[in-house]
Structures are given as structure tokens and as C-alpha cells.
Design a protein around this ligand. Structure first.
Ligand code: HEC
Length: 452
């Protein structure tokens, strides 16, 4: 401790650190420190985590259609901590969307976007858009089927914007097709343009915060200064509390907790890659990341001439309203209890988003569970260790044929004959015959047929 103090003292005499330290730590928080103010710093922490893990991923990643998929396979299988770092990056992105969502929700609830903090809010909305840009551009990089076809859909939606849509699409894709130029373009966006823009805006966001100070509580509340008996003449000061130590402590605890959660997800829930992107396979139905699911579900309800409404009109209106919210909501009151209209609109929006998300999740996960025979078949597949020779969507060994789409090429009859005696239908096969009873045979066949 004393040695750190000594080094600090030495540096302070040369760099004059004291005023900076004071500026960073003594920022008064009106109404005192609180656990509800932690989401901004949690978002910043996650952004730093993304920068760090992203830098290490870039060491091995190759942004070309020929090598992107295999380079990520290599990271997952052969690089020390590769799967963990990629897991951190993947779940860190999700966590960042959650953190930024909670941060915006808190600012909305507390009316902290109101004057004089309009500019800080607008910079924040721009940062939110950049985050979505990260999500969209990052999704393509693994160059698997999911990435390719989800990006195709996203790009097509841009194409529905009148007049400029076609040109925009050509700029995004770097040509007429989604291909090598698109991938390098998305890569450059993801690792250079967006990070630098984000860094700049984060600094601006924090600069404004330091100039104008945090909004703090929405009521004239006394800060809880622990363990201190405050003399009468200092009462006014206790209406606010400095950033250090309690808020710093809360921010640090939350950052640590967030890291533990993301690390646990990265270790426990490795996410399989889909097959390598195949531009000719137009039947692939991609599912977007969970945070775009509500939108994906919404798109299902609009058809024909209403389509532009969902593909660009509503999103455009939404972002415009969000951006200019401080000028649209002119009510000067900050207390949520006295802003019924704003709170109702916010609640209705959340109900809509989470409702659509729930419906979407239900539709996605209801398919495999409706047919119990198929579920038993899948269990049989892992019990009999078929994955020792076969691969399904990237998991399992590649000794025998890939079974990801076997339901498309084989019918029930063929499969049953094959299971009974592989050599009868595939001469020279070294796949063992499995002794299955008729129910098991039926279950396993149903599972095979579901792989389409
Ligand atoms: C020892 C390795 C091995 C194991 C274990 C194995 N297979 Fe195979 N399998 C093969 C080989 C090799 C082929 C290709 C020759 C053939 O069609 O028999 C094959 C072919 C198949 C095919 C036909 C694919 C096609 O479209 O031609 C299916 C379906 C199949 N296996 C399912 C299974 C299932 C289900 C299991 C688990 C009960 C299993 N296999 C276990 C090696 C294996």
C-alpha cells in the first residue's frame, strides 16, 4: 500500500494528477449513490470487454468466404482459450444489449433526458444505434448459414426503402451479391469504423456527464452518508454525495458480477455453429439473435403493400422519436408518478416488445417438443452415440456422412431398411447395425426425417 502511495506521489509531482483525481472522484450525485445508476458503467465495462476479446479473436479470424468459417472453427477447437474468448465475445454482446436497455429504461423512468441533458441523451441514442450496428455486422462474420441468410434478410429490408434503397444495398453489399466484398466490408465496419466511432461518442457522453453532472434522484432527497453525523451547517451538502466511494463501489461490484455471469455463460453454454454458408441453399430459414426476435416476429404479421411499414417506416419513426424525445416530451416534471402519459407509453412499448418476443420464442421452440416420438429419437441418437461418426449442424465427428439434412434426401422406408442392415442398401458400409425394437426404430427414423 505504502509503495503504491509513494509511486502515486512521485507521479503526482510530475504529472499533477490530484486535480484529475478530484474531478473524477468527487462528482456530486444529487440524492446520493444508488444501485439504479450502475447500468451506464456496466455498459461501458462490457464495451471494454468486447474490445479486448475482439482484439484476440481478430488475431486468428480471416475475413474471406473461403477461410472465415474455418478460422472460427480453428479458434473453437485448437486455440488455447479460443472457445472461451469467443464465448465471452458472443455473450458479452448479448449482455451489452441488456445493459444498454436497462440504462435507457432507467434514464427514461427518471426523466433524466430532460433539460439540460438533451445532448447527452442524443449521444446515448446514437451509441445505442452503433451497438445495433455492431450486432448486425458481427453476425455475418462467422460466415455460417445463419449468418449468411440472416444478413441477406437484413440487407433485403434496406432494399425496400424507396429511391435510395437499391443504392444503399449495393453500398452495404459492395456489389450485386452477398460475397467476399460484403464480408471484408462488414469486418472493417465491425473492427475499425464502429469501435472508433463508439469510442469517440462514449468520450463525448462522459464529457457531457462531467460538465453537467448526473441527474441523480428525481426527488429532493437527502443522501445517505453512512456513519456520519452531519452538523447543521453542512446539511445542504448532504443533498448530494460524491461519486467516490459508494457509487464507485457499486459500479465495481456490478461489473464484477456481470463478468462472472458472462464467463459462466461462455463456459456452460457453448453455442454450435451452423453449417458453412451456402449461397445456393435458399431454403435455409435463419433465426436472428434473441434481441431482434420481437422484430422478426412483427415482420410475420405484415404482408404485401404493408411490408414497408415494418421494414423501414416504423423503425425510422421509432428512432426519430427516440432521438428527439427530449424535445417531444416537453413536460418538465421528472417524478415518474407525475408523468402518467410517458410511463404508460413506455410500458405499452415494453409489453409489445416482450409479447412479440414471447410469441416468437414459443413458435421456435414448440416445433421439436410437439412430437414426443421425435424427441425420443433424438435421445436415442445421443444414447447410441451416433455422433461418434456423424455430424449434425457442426457437432459430432465426420467419419460418416453429415446428417444435418438427411430428412431431405432419404425417406422412411430407406432409413428403416438402412438401420436394419446398412450393408443391404449401402454396399461396403461399415456403419454397424443397431439392434432396435420397432418403437425405437420408429422414433429414430422420425428424428432423422425431421432433419431438413
Ligand atoms: C462406426 C461409425 C458409424 C456409426 C456409429 C453410425 N454410423 Fe451411420 N453411417 C456410417 C457410414 C460410414 C455411413 C455411410 C454408408 C452408409 O450409408 O451406410 C453411414 C450412413 C448413415 C445414414 C445414411 C446417410 C445418407 O444419407 O446416406 C444414416 C441415416 C445414418 N448413418 C444414421 C446413423 C444413426 C442414426 C446412427 C446411430 C444409431 C449411426 N448412423 C451410427 C457410419 C456410422
Amino acid at each position: 500500500m505504502t509503495i503504491i502511495r509513494a509511486i502515486y506521489g512521485w507521479l503526482d509531482r510530475r504529472l499533477r494528477l490530484k486535480p484529475i483525481e478530484e474531478m473524477l472522484l468527487n462528482e456530486p450525485i444529487p440524492g446520493g449513490a444508488s444501485w439504479v445508476y450502475v447500468f451506464g458503467s456496466a455498459t461501458l465495462f462490457l464495451f471494454c470487454l468486447q474490445l479486448l476479446t475482439g482484439m484476440f479473436l481478430a488475431v486468428y479470424y480471416a475475413p474471406t468466404p473461403d477461410h472465415a468459417y474455418d478460422s472460427i472453427r480453428f479458434i473453437m477447437s485448437s486455440v488455447a482459450f479460443g472457445a472461451f474468448v469467443r464465448g465471452l465475445h458472443h455473450w458479452g454482446a448479448s449482455a451489452m444489449v441488456v445493459a444498454i436497455g436497462l440504462h435507457m429504461l432507467q434514464v427514461y423512468l427518471y426523466g433524466a433526458y430532460k433539460p439540460p441533458r438533451e445532448v447527452m441523451w442524443m449521444v446515448g441514442v446514437a451509441l445505442f444505434l452503433l451497438t445495433l450496428g455492431f450486432a448486425f455486422s458481427g453476425y455475418l462474420l462467422p460466415w455460417d448459414q445463419k449468418a449468411y441468410w440472416a444478413t441477406q434478410i437484413g440487407v433485403n429490408m434496406v432494399g425496400t426503402i424507396p429511391w435510395i434503397g437499391g443504392d444503399l444495398v449495393r453500398i452495404i453489399r459492395g456489389g450485386e451479391n452477398l460475397g467476399a466484398l460484403t464480408l471484408t466490408r462488414f469486418f472493417a465496419l465491425h473492427v475499425l469504423f464502429l469501435p472508433l466511432m463508439t469510442l469517440g461518442l462514449v468520450l463525448l457522453h462522459l464529457f457531457i456527464l462531467r460538465r453537467i453532472g448526473p441527474a441523480g434522484s428525481f426527488e429532493e432527497r437527502r443522501a445517505v452518508v453512512t456513519g456520519a453525523t452531519v452538523p447543521e451547517e453542512r446539511r445542504r451538502e448532504t443533498l448530494s454525495e460524491p461519486f467516490y466511494p459508494r457509487q464507485v463501489f457499486m459500479d465495481a461490484v456490478v461489473a464484477g458480477g456481470v463478468f462472472l455471469v458472462v464467463a459462466a455463460l461462455a463456459l456452460l453454454l457453448p453455442f454450435p455453429m451452423a453449417d458453412k454458408a451456402d449461397p445456393s441453399d435458399t431454403s435455409f430459414k435463419p433465426v436472428p439473435e434473441w434481441y431482434f426476435l420481437f422484430y422478426y416476429q412483427g415482420l410475420k404479421y405484415v404482408h404485401g403493400s404493408f411490408e414497408p411499414l415494418a421494414t423501414w417506416i416504423l423503425p425510422m419513426v421509432f428512432y426519430t422519436v427516440l432521438m428527439f424525445l427530449p424535445f417531444i416530451d416537453r413536460n418538465p416534471v421528472r417524478h415518474p408518478a407525475r408523468r402518467p402519459k410517458a410511463i404508460l407509453i413506455g410500458a405499452a412499448f415494453l409489453v409489445g416488445v416482450f409479447g412479440l418476443m414471447a410469441i416468437s420464442l414459443q413458435e421456435i421452440y414448440s416445433v421439436p417438443t410437439t412430437d414426443p416420438s421425435m424427441v425420443r429419437g433424438r435421445e436415442l441418437y445421443s444414447k447410441l452415440q451416433c455422433n461418434g461418426c456423424h455430424r449434425i449442424h457442426g457437432s459430432g465427428a465426420a467419419v460418416g456422412p453429415d446428417l444435418s439434412y438427411v430428412g431431405r434426401v432419404r425417406d422412411r422406408d430407406w432409413l428403416i431398411r438402412h438401420f436394419n442392415n446398412p450393408r443391404a442398401v449401402a454396399p461396403g458400409s461399415f456403419m454397424p447395425a443397431f439392434p432396435l425394437n420397432p418403437t425405437e426404430m420408429n422414433d429414430l427414423t422420425n428424428y432423422m426425417l425431421s432433419l431438413k
